[in-house]
Design a protein around this ligand. Structure first.
Ligand code: ZN
Length: 406
């Protein structure tokens, strides 16, 4: 457009230039003045300055044009613009660098604080500031008459012979008493020394190192990282068959008719909110003894799941049975069951719920929340009895908040 057109005056508001564009649906004005524009629309966002459009270079993003369903997109394009000149590699490396720098700094700060606290606690208690080592050394020196013997040798003469002999003989006469005296002094010292217990700190150190090994910026999906292990000694767990299906789901079935327990290869984080989905498939056997639940870490290799916290498709031997919505969830003695259920777990809130998936028409929860104990580690576990019955873990995820479906 030429300068003349650009600066043309409004016919109505003669003091105003027609220097604006209004691009609203059914309200398109390709050249109007400010007052006209304000009359035509309440949506100031839709008014664009003529110059803004005319001089927009190739990386300029308008704040409301072209019209879009999501206004946020203009901002997001503007923000991404800043990065567009970097290679993707550079962006990734920068993000990774920032992560590790802050990880190191925050871990160091944390360690320094705890280190100092522990040190200060020991010093302030004042209990340990005496030098206990001297106590048993004093007793040792006394028991062996080290200085008496040294003195006699230092001033050695004919007269020294007799007292030296007496001292040594005395040692032989008092073997039992001297042994006890030293044994007691050493034991006391060792007891004090062993009050500092390195077992827990060493375990924590190992856990932190293991966790660091798991840092991965291009994470596999949760279910790909999960494996199921067979209970080491509970009944016929070793005859369970566990396989990873093509679609990454995990199928568990029993190869003989007997109880088998299998548990996930990770301990549930009490603060995490987990969502598990499980397919339950049976054959013509009218006893659908298929369980899913949580098992205590200390019980995982020697206890059954059906006496703990679990849902049982057969409807008995289970604690997740208080109906929250709909009817009973389990199919009981039906045959050829083929269904999917969703289990939600948030241990810190003592929450464990089960619903049919994907409809969520029937929901059951733990009858007594107090069955979930504080400071006890749990794993997701399953138990099966009959040949050809299947439990298929189809989905595992953690969420920031559970949705409202159940
Ligand atoms: Zn006007």
């Amino acid at each position: 457009m030429d300068q003349e057109k650009k600066h043309s005056k409004c016919n109505i508001h003669t003091k105003f230039n027609n220097n604006l564009l209004l691009f609203e649906e059914n309200n398109i004005h390709t050249k109007i003045c400010l007052l006209c524009a304000k009359n035509y629309t309440k949506n100031i966002q839709k008014i664009i300055e003529y110059d803004e459009f005319l001089y927009a270079n190739d990386d300029y993003i308008f704040s409301s044009f072209p019209p879009l369903d999501d206004e946020d997109i203009y901002n997001r394009i503007q923000n991404l613009q800043i990065k567009k000149d970097s290679s993707i590699e550079k962006i990734f490396i920068e993000k990774i660098n920032n992560y590790f720098i802050s990880l190191k700094r925050e871990i160091n700060q944390k360690i320094d604080i705890i280190h100092n606290q522990v040190k200060q606690n020991i010093i302030q208690s004042g209990v340990y500031n005496s030098n206990q080592g001297d106590t048993f050394l004093d007793i040792y020196n006394q028991v062996c008459s080290k200085f008496d013997i040294q003195k006699l040798y230092g001033e050695y003469s004919q007269d020294s012979e007799q007292p030296l002999k007496e001292i040594i003989q005395d040692k032989y006469q008092n073997i039992k008493g001297n042994t006890e005296k030293l044994y007691k002094a050493i034991s006391e010292y060792e007891t004090i020394i062993n009050q500092i217990n390195m077992k827990n700190p060493k375990e924590i150190k190992q856990k932190i190192l293991d966790l660091i090994d798991q840092i991965d910026f291009f994470d596999k999906s949760f279910i790909e990282q999960v494996e199921f292990e067979k209970s080491k000694s509970y009944e016929s767990s070793q005859s369970l068959q566990i396989q990873r299906l093509q679609n990454r789901q995990i199928q568990i079935n029993q190869s003989i008719n007997n109880n088998g327990v299998s548990y996930a290869n990770f301990i549930l984080d009490p603060d995490q909110k987990y969502v598990f989905r499980v397919k339950i498939q049976t054959n013509s056997q009218p006893s659908s003894f298929l369980l899913i639940g949580i098992i205590q870490e200390s019980n995982k290799d020697n206890k059954k799941l059906h006496e703990g916290i679990c849902y049982n498709e057969r409807g008995d031997h289970m604690t997740i049975k208080r109906i929250v919505k709909g009817n009973k969830l389990f199919e009981g003695k039906k045959t050829n069951i083929n269904k999917e259920i969703e289990m939600r777990i948030h241990l810190a809130k003592k929450l464990i719920k089960v619903a049919n998936y994907p409809k969520y028409e029937s929901i059951a929860e733990l009858e007594n929340n107090e069955l979930i104990l504080d400071n006890v580690q749990y794993r997701l576990a399953v138990e099966l009895y009959y040949t050809d019955h299947k439990i298929i873990i189809t989905h595992i995820s953690t969420v920031d908040e559970f949705d409202q479906n159940m």
